[in-house]
Write a new protein. Structure first.
Lengths: 611, 343
């Protein structure tokens, strides 16, 4: 049960094992005592079973990708699950054949060479068939992968990742491994007979007996070498994701928290960084891609993080729309990873927050609503005015917290990577908000809204104005009739993907008019092309993103483009040929029209309605 | 030579001046103007920099110069085409005209200040544009504050829609700096106790007499010049406007309460030329579309290789009135020489 050709595999496999264990131990040692505790608690709990289920669903079957793109899903599933089937089958074969559960790993992998003629129903009938079926599944996935590299559109992808040399080498060996296995097994079948539906056909197709005798051993050598070299390259290439993703899923299910700060070589963050397969799903969903910018997408960002340099500038160029995080089949916390990566960018900046101590805390009588319009509200006075008019109309008792003075909510600081500075603003703002004695905080800015809800820990609920206005409509404190103006709604990233608020804005627009369908909306909505926390992406590039988004918003010739974020409105309206409004402005304008009586549809020169 | 015909598109100062010059050279001219009356932006203006010359005194000679010339008012030219030696014009109202050469003098549009919502134009009544201020000087528009006010406080914001990448306009509109200085002095003369503050990026006093005017504004009229952009304008009590800015020379934030805020709106091209098959369409410019000197003149497909099409005045780029008139005269000579070689 030994032949020297197994050596390349044994060496490659052993080196991989040593490197993996060393790296994993190093990463795990970086965990805080609290996280270690979580691992211990979680290990013998239901979480482990749930993690195993998820590993089966995502690491092997790739169900998330399957749902989005069946062909791509099949490609990943057949490669991963097919290989898994081969490993399990190999184990069963050797177990059944020898009667021992433990055998050298190479024995299972090169089983057909060592035991070309097995006998019996289980060995020849079932297991042999199963093994060849598994190999066929892997090979079918592999052929799709090859097609994907050459003609990506065939598998429904517009973009594939540009790989660096280490990844290309590993990819080359991975591609070689399974065809070589098929050829080696076919040669053995041609020499000794045996084989099931696949190898009997392939051996008769291209191998005469004489040639097979001559080629059999070199092919097994080649297969072993290819496999060994792939395993050797694995810990140093993107294929490290294969074992790492499984560990990451376990750690996450056990509730392990990322260590504070940016730690690509420490704790759960290290496992996340190295779980990225570079599959390229994040490329197609990135709004910048549509604008021809292909330098800072998540696959490239994570790769730079692994390489350990230049990742800060890449992280800072991204506008944080969250589309990649939403689409990532591995579930990597791309957004927080990116923000943490930015933390070093502004470490030399001298933030002066002495003024915070001079801001008065006002204690007031009980009021229904505390309105906070934020800095973006200041550059969108029409939105602020509209919301206040609507609140007056509905008879809501409110105070405008930042009518004259305001402190930033802190999110721009956090987006720029200055988490500590953001905390100072949070603390001061929280005091101010609590000091108002209100029952509800309403903000017109999704950026503030998301931050208030996630980071502030307030003693009153927070609503975005679209949610509050919808409540007012539902309780009939505000009354509107349906008109026939057509609106295209732009989902702000911070409100949609960021805070999962998709329906209330749409409900409001349904109430007053028609909502046109868009090719990218809800969680696939495109970015407006702006961000308050990243300043390095060139204005021209941002404008390309905006133009691309406006094309989608205009595709069904709406009368208005409507959004619910003052920054989106500001950015879109500068470039749009169609009028851009905030939801509140639309609701206010509809009142005037409703009062005036029937409304007539605005005649448009180029009405091009495609259903 | 037999009398040759030139079609002029646009009856602003450039179009009027070119028409008068060409007629004096013996060329037959017809003018097409989309508005109901000739004169362009000049007819709404009150006084001109740097000598406070009455705008009507500058406009009247231009109008007198085109007496007897056929002018199609309210006629918006939508496309021009070239066939052999003949140019064909087509207007929105179905008018067709054939000529030996075409001169485009389509001028500029003022930047739509509501695109800078943070300055509150169209939201707060006290926020006006520089063009509206001229109408106030003319008595065609009421002042947005009580004129009996003892000491009105008035602010000017320079570069609104100019030198602004976010608005798609990288260029300097050239004339707004000195216009603001001129208008600030006029305000100070009209309201003797007023306080006037100008917020600028840098002052571009390029012409003869401009620097002197700027000096005069500071020394004789106590106009305050603050280097800094306005960050926002917000409502204050009784219709006043509160503005926030940073004095970047002093390095400190600034807060002022004003009775009126004047936005120095820049120039944008009025027309964009687009080549379509064998004709040129005159359309509405989009975001970031520059002036014709930036784009169309450098596009080899037309203009430079299309004999008989000429461009003059502010449609090539921001220009003052004297610049425009001189350019119109110079281009008219080019047109004349072109017609002479053709005949």
């Amino acid at each position: 049960m030994y032949h020297p050709f197994v050596l390349p595999f044994v060496v490659g496999f052993s080196v991989m094992g040593v490197v993996l264990v060393a790296r994993y131990i190093y990463w795990l040692r970086g965990m805080s005592p609290g996280n270690r505790q979580r691992v211990l608690w979680g290990f013998f709990s239901r979480s482990t079973l749930l993690a195993v289920k998820e590993i089966l669903q995502e690491s092997l079957l790739h169900l998330k990708i399957f749902r989005v793109n069946p062909l791509l899903g099949f490609m990943h599933a057949s490669l991963a699950f097919g290989w898994f089937m081969l490993i399990v089958g190999g184990k069963l074969e050797t177990w059944y054949y020898t009667g021992n559960f433990f055998n050298p790993p190479y024995y299972a992998i090169f089983f057909r060479y060592f035991e070309p003629l097995t006998e019996g129903f289980w060995m020849n009938g079932v297991l042999l068939f199963y093994m060849e079926l598994s190999l066929l599944i892997v090979l079918s996935g592999l052929s799709i992968a090859v097609v994907k590299r050459i003609r990506k559109k065939v598998v429904g992808m517009n973009n594939t990742t540009r790989h660096n040399p280490a990844n290309r080498i590993a990819l080359f060996f991975l591609w070689m491994v399974f065809p070589l296995r098929l050829m080696a097994e076919s040669a053995t079948v041609a020499v000794h007979g045996g084989g099931s539906f696949l190898t009997t056909v392939t051996s008769s197709l291209f191998l005469s007996h004489d040639w097979a005798v001559w080629l059999e051993l070199p092919l097994w050598w080649a297969y072993s070498t290819g496999l060994g070299l792939f395993f050797l390259a694995l810990p140093f290439s993107r294929y490290l994701h294969i074992p790492t993703e499984m560990v990451m899923l376990l750690l996450k299910k056990w509730g392990v928290q990322p260590e504070p700060g940016f730690n690509p070589e420490k704790g759960v963050q290290a496992f996340e960084v190295h779980s990225c397969p570079g599959c390229g799903v994040c490329l197609d969903v990135c709004p910048a891609m549509g604008a021809g910018i292909n330098s800072f997408q998540s696959a490239y960002f994570v790769r730079q993080v692994r390489a350990g340099h230049n990742y800060e500038t890449i992280a800072d160029m991204c506008l944080n729309c969250g589309a990649c995080k939403e689409a990532c089949p591995v579930g990597i916390s791309l957004e927080s990873l990116r923000l943490d990566a930015r933390s070093h960018l502004h470490r030399k900046a001298n933030f002066d927050h002495r003024y915070l101590h001079g801001t008065m805390t006002l204690w007031r009588d009980t009021t229904e609503v505390v309105l906070y319009t934020g800095c973006m509200g200041r550059i969108n006075p029409k939105t602020t005015q509209a919301v206040k008019s609507l609140l007056h109309e509905a008879g809501v008792k409110f105070i405008h917290l930042d009518e004259h003075e305001s402190i930033c909510c802190g999110r721009p600081m956090a987006l720029a990577g200055a988490a500590e500075q953001a905390k100072m603003l949070i603390q001061r703002n929280r005091e101010l908000i609590h000091g108002q004695n209100g029952q509800l905080l309403v903000t017109t800015c999704p950026i503030c809204y998301r931050y208030f809800s996630s980071e502030y820990d307030l003693n009153i609920p927070v609503l975005h104005h679209s949610q509050f206005l919808w409540q007012l409509i539902e309780t009939q404190k505000l009354n509107r009739h349906k008109g026939n103006l057509r609106y295209a709604y732009h989902d702000p990233c911070e409100l949609g993907r960021g805070a999962n608020c998709y329906d209330e804005p749409r409900n409001l627009l349904y109430t007053v008019g028609e909502l046109v369908a868009l090719s990218s909306e809800r969680n696939k909505a495109l970015c407006c092309g702006n961000n308050i926390g990243s300043l390095t992406l060139a204005e021209e590039q941002k404008q390309k993103i905006t133009a691309n988004t406006l094309t989608v918003l205009s595709e069904n010739s709406p009368d208005y483009i409507v959004t619910a974020c003052p920054m989106c409105k500001n950015t879109l309206s500068r470039q749009s040929t169609l009028p851009v409004r905030d939801l509140a402005e639309v609701m206010l304008e509809c009142k005037e029209v409703n009062v005036a009586g029937s409304r007539t549809r605005k005649k448009q020169a180029s009405v091009n309605v495609t259903p | 030579m037999s009398q040759q015909k030139v079609a002029i598109v646009g009856a602003g100062p450039a179009g009027l001046q070119a028409a008068a010059t060409l007629v004096s050279l013996g060329v037959s001219v017809e003018i097409f103007e989309r508005n109901g009356s000739p004169g362009g932006h000049l007819k709404q203006w009150h006084a001109l920099f740097p000598h406070f010359q009455n705008a009507t005194h500058a406009l009247n000679p231009l109008l007198n110069g085109v007496k007897g010339i056929t002018m199609h008012l309210g006629s918006k030219v939508s496309e021009i085409s070239h066939n052999g030696n003949t140019w064909r014009l087509l207007s929105d109202d179905g008018l067709k005209y054939e000529s030996d050469a075409v001169l485009l003098t389509t001028g500029f549009n003022l930047f739509d200040a509501s695109r800078k919502e943070e300055y509150g134009y169209g939201v707060y009544p006290g926020v006006v544009t520089s063009a509206q201020l001229e109408e106030m000087f003319n008595g065609q528009r009421p002042w947005p504050f009580d004129k009996s006010l003892a000491a009105p406080k008035i602010g000017f914001v320079h570069c609104v829609g100019s030198r602004d990448v976010k608005c798609g306009n990288r260029f300097c509109s050239k004339v707004c700096c000195v216009t603001a200085v001129k208008q600030a002095i006029e305000i100070r003369k009209r309201f003797s106790d007023s306080a006037v503050t100008c917020f600028y990026m840098d002052l571009r006093m390029y012409g003869l007499g401009f620097e002197e005017l700027y000096h005069e504004a500071q020394v004789n009229h106590q106009v305050q010049f603050i280097r800094g952009r306005l960050s926002e304008a917000s409502p204050a009590v009784s219709g006043k406007i509160q503005v926030k800015a940073e004095d970047t020379l002093m390095g400190r934030p600034l807060k002022l309460t004003l009775d009126m805020l004047v936005l120095m709106v820049g120039m944008e091209p009025a027309v964009k030329l687009t080549a379509q098959n064998n004709h040129l369409a005159l359309g509405k410019p989009g975001f970031g579309d520059g002036f014709m000197a930036d784009r169309e003149l450098n596009t080899p497909e037309y203009l430079q290789v299309t004999p008989g099409l000429f461009v003059a005045g502010a449609c090539k780029g921001p220009a003052s009135l004297p610049d425009t008139i001189q350019d119109a005269k110079a281009v008219s000579v080019d047109v004349y020489n072109f017609l002479k070689t053709k005949s």
